[in-house]
Design a protein around this ligand. Structure first.
Ligand code: PAF
Length: 281
């Protein structure tokens, strides 16, 4: 596996591969890799001849009071894991390589950004859309893979790709869960044993919502109330939001008709956890 730190070298490699007609797949990550990331990497392996994983903890997507400094980082471990997956290139730029002195251009996705997580993390999706656009311009992949756990992020990137005419296929990969249902996340390392047990309330509440819809419930409010009641049984969990939304516009819907996104964010200790499911009426 080649480790590339400079934009120039990354471009050079990519151009050469493209000239040879090879399909390049990119898996963008912020490191602290877990089975969820590795599942994206394995998916990526099947979708092209060359596989690039980017590892960049993007300061632009963290608000000043958020966990940028504390975000888990373990480059050596990540490197070993990616070697095992036979990744071709690990793109690992520095902050100053991506945001040099004087940097001032950002990608705004006007309607999707302020919804759901964006309401509580102002500026977050501007940072995500910007860094992903930059990664697409630097790595020039034919396809890029993102996890569906970050559903809003995935929709936002699909929108950016359409709006800005990026020639990249965006692939959504299903959420990977532990056996007990907890969605894998780099931030799960913040959870103590008690908190991890409490965090299972997220998955339980999604299952409760799915079973209500299966039994004919269509009113978003009643579904949300039932989920809140389930989560509130856990004293260690603090709900940020639970919402039923249109799966593409992410606008809230009063009733589940056809498909609807059910998304939630819950704090457990220091960890802000998100999860979602698509409800099908
Ligand atoms: O999902 C993530 O890990 C990040 O938001 C991403 C897509 C790598 C952009 O920094």
């Amino acid at each position: 596996m080649r480790i590339i730190e400079s934009i120039q070298e990354m471009r050079f490699w990519s151009d050469a591969e493209r000239r040879e007609g090879r399909r390049i797949v990119l898996v963008p990550t912020m490191g602290a890799l877990h089975e969820g990331h590795l599942s994206l990497v394995r998916d990526g392996r099947k979708r092209g001849e060359r596989l690039v994983v980017s590892l960049f903890v993007n300061p632009a997507q963290f608000a000043p009071q958020e966990d940028f400094a504390a975000y888990p980082r373990d480059f050596e471990r990540d490197q070993v894991l990616l070697e095992k997956e036979k990744v071709d290139v690990l793109f690992h730029p520095s902050v100053s390589e991506i945001y040099p002195e004087g940097y001032q251009s950002y990608v705004e996705v006007e309607k999707l950004s302020p919804l759901l997580c964006g309401e509580f993390r102002p500026g977050h999706f501007r940072g995500v859309a910007t860094v992903v656009a930059k990664l697409f311009n630097i790595v020039r992949p034919h396809a890029a893979i993102f996890g569906a756990k970050d559903y809003q992020q995935l929709q936002l990137i699909r929108r950016t790709v359409r709006d800005l005419n990026f020639d990249v296929e965006v692939v959504g990969h299903p959420t990977v869960r532990d056996q007990d249902g907890l969605a894998l996340s780099s931030r799960n390392v913040y959870l103590s044993r008690e908190e991890r047990a409490a965090a299972l309330a997220l998955h339980r509440s999604l299952k409760r919502a799915e079973s209500l819809v299966l039994r004919g419930e269509r009113e978003s409010k009643r579904i949300i109330d039932a989920m809140r009641a389930e989560i509130e049984k856990e004293p260690l969990a603090r709900i940020e939001y639970v919402k039923v939304c249109h799966p593409e516009t992410l606008e809230q819907v009063a009733r589940v008709e056809g498909e609807a996104l059910l998304a939630l964010a819950v704090w457990v200790g220091k960890a802000r956890l998100i999860d979602n499911t698509i409800l099908k009426a």
